[in-house]
Design a protein around this ligand. Structure first.
Ligand code: ING
Length: 304
């Protein structure tokens, strides 16, 4: 028995600061139409896919920061994405800045949603691992102020029944942490999707710049194999506001093999027919958690 899911990784090229949400949405709707022509059922877009990657700048004025966030989703400018989902019967993952009112406070999260083929939001995830720094560090050629502009996700790692299987979501830096994959796999996730904005230049350790592509795939291939999971990683790529962002979006199988990879630094759709039952080759053998895993000796892993 094989449950096939045709997945599309919809990489985006740069989104300039002057580009409106409507322009970014139009690019994504075009990718959804390309996906329809290729029989895709689920499209994965990047992290913070509606705007430029604004944590690269230091803002004094919170109103300027808040302008990069969504107060409602769908909203007037994002509604066309949900309309396209319903019209084409294609679900999608979208990364965006979430401005929420919770416990009487205004909260800011780096968030992703999972939307099904009827245009309904079936899941939401708030980024757990926030990289970068919280204060202005002028020594850097560009900032990475995710710790300033976002709060750590307060909803943990979730799993959702959709598209004929168990789906999981992550965001960017989460993919570098093995715990992310294991937390999802322990919930039975068969396909994990994530978007990323990854500058090639890493100011604290520039001697690693040439390794960004290697590290990107190393993390996701290892996570996929060690948890018997499909992993779909989708970049916002290219030179965005003068900052070179990594591309190499890819669809990785439960064996850790890269099944499809983007070859440009622009808007590009790559697709692969993911057999969700191929997770069993790994999960029922080499990484059969119930047979081989030893949580009783792993306690250090969850200690602060
Ligand atoms: N970006 C980067 C990422 O984890 C980064 C931050 C860049 C970490 C380069 C290490 C090296 O891919 C986000 N948005 O998390």
């Amino acid at each position: 028995m094989s449950r096939k899911l045709m997945v599309g990784a919809a990489q985006l090229g740069p989104i300039e600061r002057t580009e409106s949400r409507s322009q970014a949405v139009a690019r994504m709707v075009d990718l959804m139409h390309q996906a329809k022509a290729r029989g895709v059922q689920l499209v994965v877009f990047p992290e913070l896919a509606l705007t430029t990657f604004f944590p690269r700048w230091y803002f004094e004025d919170q109103a300027e920061v808040d302008a990069f966030f969504e107060r409602e989703l769908p909203g007037p400018e994002t509604q066309p994405l949900f309309d396209a989902a319903r019209e084409l019967d294609i679900g999608f993952y979208l990364g965006y800045g979430e401005l929420a009112q919770e416990d009487g406070k205004t909260r800011h999260f780096n968030t992703s949603i999972l939307v099904d083929g009827s245009g309904r939001i079936v899941g939401k995830y708030r980024k757990v691992h926030l990289p970068g720094h919280a204060e202005h560090e002028p020594w850097r050629p560009f900032q990475h102020l995710e710790k300033r502009y976002f709060e750590p996700g307060n909803q943990g790692f979730g799993a959702w029944q959709a598209f004929g299987g168990t789906m999981g979501m992550a965001l960017c830096n989460d993919r570098r942490w093995p715990e992310t994959y294991r937390m999802l796999a322990l919930q039975g996730v068969e396909l994990m999707m994530l978007g990323y904005n990854t500058p090639i230049h890493y100011p604290p350790v520039p001697e690693h710049d040439h390794l960004q592509g290697f590290h990107n795939h190393l993390c996701m291939q290892a996570g996929a194999y060690q948890n018997g999971m499909w992993v779909v990683g989708v970049a916002k790529a290219g030179k965005e506001e003068g900052c070179d962002l990594l591309g190499q979006s890819c669809i990785i199988g439960p064996t850790g093999e890269i099944m499809a990879m983007a070859s440009t630094m622009e808007d590009e759709l790559i697709t692969y027919e993911c057999d969700l039952d191929r997770t069993r080759e790994i999960r029922e053998n080499i990484f059969n958690f119930s047979l081989h895993r030893r949580p009783e000796v792993y306690d250090l892993i969850t200690k602060a």
